[in-house]
Design a protein around this ligand. Structure first.
Ligand code: CP
Length: 299
């Protein structure tokens, strides 16, 4: 089956077709009938946006959603991920969406599971549908990617979003820079480093990241207030941004840490637009894998 595991697996033309499909779906009336097809969302890590927007996408496509809660499942009795997914496949799921803390959890599944797997985030690894919704938001804003200056700022080391986006944005022709605490940058990332003040002058898109407290083995490099002053998008800095520049953030947000509270819903912010686009790209991805798996079921 056609799994959706990392953005790296997708060519530039495949990415453009999924974005075009998502854009078309965003204007389409809710007219799909996938009745009789089952989707299961297996979330082993917390989620609001990804889990609920997948569910909204599935329901809009007319799929039936099989309920699964990790905390009340037999995972609690020690059942493995493989046995859990194989069980869902046997029961009749036609597609599974999985979020799991283990990086590349899907390597042990991809050749043995006979229904499409969509990765909803693997630890610090990948989050392909987040990248697609970010790309759709950028494409809607600027029409294309070539030559755009994009600064990804914050906890890049722990961010699956940043890694997926950095690769794909460059392939699409954008110039990608990074900002934030140098302690969190690899040697390779340092060649793209700009300070937040430099970023304000050149960025078309400020792509902010959440500090992932839950993944930090060591203490943060600065307290929240100090972090905001040194590396955050403060209200003062925002005033220096270029006229047409936009602010993005995958959310959840730490208000007044990576971004000032008052900027979360400011004119430049596309944060809630990103969430809305999340439903459309997830519809496009589900439709794509089910069309392939079921031989054009939705056409
Ligand atoms: N952006 C994102 O993946 O949010 P959730 O963790 O709430 O799904």
């Amino acid at each position: 089956p056609a799994h959706v595991l990392t953005v790296e697996d997708w060519s530039v033309s495949e990415i453009h077709s999924i974005l075009d499909a998502a854009e078309t779906l965003s204007h389409a009336p809710k007219q799909f009938s996938g009745r009789g097809l089952f989707a299961a969302n297996l979330f082993f890590e917390p989620s609001t946006r990804t889990k609920i927007s997948f569910e909204a996408a599935e329901k809009t496509l007319g799929l039936d959603v099989l309920p699964f809660e990790a905390d009340t499942s037999s995972v609690k009795k020690g059942e493995t991920l493989y046995d859990t997914v194989k069980t869902l496949e046997s029961i009749g799921a036609d597609v599974v969406v999985i979020r799991h803390s283990k990086e590349r959890y899907f390597d042990e599944l991809r050749d043995k599971i006979n229904i499409p797997i969509i990765n909803g985030g693997d630890g610090c690894g990948h989050h392909p549908t987040q990248s697609f919704l970010d790309l759709l938001t950028i494409k809607q804003e600027f029409g294309q990617f070539n030559g755009l200056n994009i600064v990804i700022a914050g906890d890049i080391f722990h961010s699956r979003v940043a890694r997926s986006n950095l690769d794909v944005l460059e392939r699409l022709g954008a110039n990608v820079y990074v900002s934030g605490p140098k302690e969190w940058m690899s040697k390779e990332l340092m060649s793209r480093y700009v300070t937040m003040d430099q970023a304000m002058e050149m960025a078309d898109i400020m792509m902010l990241l959440r500090i992932q407290h839950e993944r930090h083995a060591v203490k943060m490099v600065a307290g929240p207030g100090e972090y905001h002053k040194l590396y955050g998008l403060t209200a003062q800095r925002e005033k220096k941004m270029k006229k047409h520049s936009i602010i993005m953030h995958p959310a959840p947000i730490n208000r007044n840490v990576e971004i000032a509270d008052e900027l979360v819903e400011c004119k430049r912010s596309r944060i809630f637009k990103q969430m809305k686009n999340g439903v459309f790209v997830r519809m496009a991805v589900l439709k794509h894998v089910l069309d392939q798996h079921k031989g054009g079921f939705f056409q």
